[in-house]
Design a binder for this molecule. Sequence first.
Ligand SMILES: Cc1cc2nc3c(=O)[nH]c(=O)nc-3n(C[C@H](O)[C@H](O)[C@H](O)COP(=O)(O)O)c2cc1C
Length: 400
Amino acid sequence: MDKPKVVLGVSGGIAAYKACELLRRLTESGHDVRVVPTESSLHFVGAATWSALSGHPVSTEVWDDVHEVPHVRIGQGADLVVVAPATADMLAKAAHGLADDLLTNTLLTARCPVVFAPAMHTEMWEHSATQENVATLRRRGAVVIEPAVGRLTGVDTGKGRLPDPGEIFEVCRRVLARGPVEPDLAGRHVVISAGGTREPLDPVRYLGNRSSGKQGYALARTAVARGARVTLVEANTGLPDPAGADVLHAGTAVQLREAVLKAAADADVVVMAAAVADFRPAEYATGKIKKKDGQEPAPIRLVRNPDILAEVAGERARPEQIVVGFAAETDNVLANGREKLRRKGCDLLVVNEVGERRTFGSEENEAVVLAADGGETQVPYGPKEALADTVWDLVSSRLG
Ligand SMILES: Cc1cc2nc3c(=O)[nH]c(=O)nc-3n(C[C@H](O)[C@H](O)[C@H](O)COP(=O)(O)O)c2cc1C
């Protein structure tokens, strides 16, 4: 079988060196990668590096090898074009259809999915010119992933950093797997909670649960690949931030509620995949609880935590908002799931059976998705991202 053909466009940002790692990931996973740098980007990484790592000749302009008509052929033959880093200048050129070098020509001739991974200073990213260009590209079907927050060139910190190359690779892998279809969540804001809350007893101990957050992260990664703006509210996962998602951190159920409700205010979809503690200790000991000779430990009194799923579903921030819940059950899985769907008032409920060695922490999952309109979708045992894609299929068919 022919290897999938990927064009890696590299424009002139300081993060161009990170594209070497992305190129390596793509080639090592069986993709045939043609690197098309801009002239500016060669100030950061030279053509020899791209040529040696990709095994293909490298050119920045349309006047080399003219007999092969590269300004048309490279784009026409591609299964995926990914531009990483994408400068403010490159986003502007792409949005306006300029074609003054090989990469911009390639972007006009490609009919495959296109992913842009912008990287620039926060001021450049937030400028209305850049934001309008990004909106134009997204409206036309490109996947433009949000930059990460962190250290920028020089002493500055803020939004604008190129996400981790391994995470950009994950976006590329998913976009390629979906094939040449429109990103159906483009223009949608989705909020996803992931992980498990921890309810502190004292400065060193907490009541927690076994949720790893992997299902929520799979939902976030697949939503980015389908074009959504993703806010991921994570609790205690320790997982690397998915490329393109705005990641907020919460520790306890109360903190998670606050972050989810705030993010949900303008969301089209809210997916509550986090395992939120139903109860928390009524008292928090400010010093470590000590054992005392000859005395039994004092019982821990619990109080109820807020029911975030019921609150989000019951008081929708927008009338057309879609709310998805998760039910982790150890027995009477389906019956408990149906009852929970009714009680919580959500549109979809993903019901899965959990146990000490089941689901939690694993890369696979198996579930039934129950719908408020009576639908029932079985998702066979498989990768958590397959379940995530089924959830997005069901959500997508319900979005106006
Ligand atoms: C040291 C240095 C770092 C730069 N980093 C970035 C960057 O991260 N993002 C960006 O949009 N522009 C950056 N620029 C500006 C671009 O290189 C400049 O806009 C250039 O015209 C982009 O050309 P291209 O889009 O054809 O590659 C940087 C410039 C310099 C000198």
